[in-house]
Design a protein around this ligand. Structure first.
Ligand code: GLV
Ligand code: MN
Ligand code: MN
Length: 412
């Protein structure tokens, strides 16, 4: 085996390697959904890298890959983690970079023959994006012990969640039983997915908290009919109604002129034919703000306005809450350690809020959590153009290693 020195450049190169077949289930781009063949291939490859870095590996009942580097004591572990799954037509760094940097931190300790006064676990969460099944961050919720039930759900091809789990030799019961026994702290390194760090010429930032997030599923029911014979005033066109609703949703967020963001990311029209007036439309709404009250006021305003549009157009409207994540502040003590590690490595301690969701937001029931952001070019993410400079990954590795040292001093 070729052993290279632990480095940010190797972490970046490994993310690039996982961006293509067999680690992607998409022709000509990256899509790695939870419990897919690409997920299995990526687990196998990452586990090789974890073992080469001196860790033992296992896969838990929720199909999280866990690499463990023992400490000099059997204390609860420090967890370094992020997610292995991706959105469709993704960039290669969203998720995997944090795992690769965790592996490099351990490789560095192993190369020096050192053990910390606590074990280190590097975890690759199976599902953060929710790009295959309708809920997201299921596997970090499980790990943190806060998942109390599993919804009956299927992917877009109709594969039931239970059957997808069975293909990985596990089951909904084993997912629920996969809670971690206890951890000392959680640190997630992740690309910023926004432009702030680049604009300020900074490689790294410390996350103060993660925005509250609400996911809704709307169904609009009208009346399907002949596109050539139904006069305009007699139609109950579900898609035209949904279009008006989408404009209202966008306007609500724009008019707020704050950190509030609203997105309709998925829209399906039925029966979906050129010459048929759409009788039913389903669309998603994703609403976020660092202030949960602001998000909830916007949600109420949107629901009121789209209900009025439905009534005026004689459409039926159903809206279900798919997921509701409160705002999650990062731990002040761990942020102070990151501040120190940033200063020691010569970086200003820039603090920022994350508008993107992260597995870190589920950790509160298990242990204190913190996040380190890494600059990505032009703030582009959820896009194949996502790009990270190896030097920035190197800078993150230095700060993560410094953080581990400082946590070690506290627990010596
Ligand atoms: C995950 O990327 C999210 O913020 O939805
Ligand atoms: Mn993402
Ligand atoms: Mn991510």
């Amino acid at each position: 085996m070729v052993r290279t020195t632990p480095s940010g450049a190797r972490a970046v190169a490994r993310c690039l390697e996982l961006g293509r077949a067999p680690y992607s289930d998409m022709e000509g781009g990256l899509y790695r959904g939870y419990l897919t063949p690409a997920h299995r291939a990526a687990i196998d490859r990452m586990a090789q890298w974890m073992r080469a870095a001196g860790m033992t590996t296992r896969v838990d009942g929720a199909v999280n890959l866990i690499g463990r580097y023992d400490g000099s004591t059997d204390a609860p572990p420090l967890i370094l983690a992020s997610h292995i799954d991706s959105v469709r037509n993704a960039g290669v760094y969203d998720g995997p970079l944090g795992i690769m940097l965790g592996i490099e931190c351990v490789a560095r300790l192993a190369a020096e023959g050192r053990r910390m006064p606590f074990p280190i676990e590097v975890i690759a969460f199976g599902d953060e994006e929710g790009s295959r099944f309708p809920v997201s961050m299921l596997t970090s919720k499980t790990l943190a012990g806060s998942l109390t039930g599993i919804p009956e759900m299927a992917d877009a091809d109709g594969t039931r969640f239970a059957d997808a789990l069975a293909a990985f030799d596990t089951s909904p019961e084993q997912v629920l039983a996969a809670a971690h026994s206890g951890a000392l702290a959680y640190l997630e390194a992740h690309i910023e997915q926004g432009p702030a760090l680049q604009a300020e010429g900074l490689a790294l930032g410390i996350v103060t908290g993660i925005a509250a997030q609400l996911r809704l599923q709307a169904t609009v029911i009208g009346m399907a009919g002949h596109a050539g014979t139904s006069s305009m005033d007699l139609r109950r066109d579900a898609l035209a109604g949904a279009a008006e609703m989408m404009v209202a949703i966008e306007r609500t967020a724009r008019d707020d002129a704050s950190d509030l963001v609203a997105t309709v990311g998925c829209l399906e029209a039925f029966p979906g034919a050129t010459n048929v007036i759409p009788g039913e439309v389903r669309f998603t709404i994703d609403l976020r703000s660092g202030d949960a009250g602001r998000r909830d006021r916007a949600s109420a305003a949107i629901l009121h306005e789209i209900a009025a549009i439905a009534a005026r157009r004689q459409l039926d409207l159903r809206v279900e809450t798919v997921q509701d994540f409160p705002a999650s502040p990062c731990d002040a003590g761990l942020m102070a350690l990151l501040d120190d590690a940033m200063a020691a490595a010569g970086h200003p301690a820039r603090h920022l809020v994350s508008g993107a969701g992260h597995d870190a937001m589920n950790m509160a029931p298990l242990c204190p959590a913190a996040m380190l952001f890494i600059r990505c070019r032009d703030g582009i993410s959820h896009n194949p153009a996502e790009h990270v400079e190896p030097d920035d990954a190197e800078a993150a590795l230095a700060v993560m290693s410094g953080f581990i040292e400082k946590l070690g001093e506290l627990h010596a």
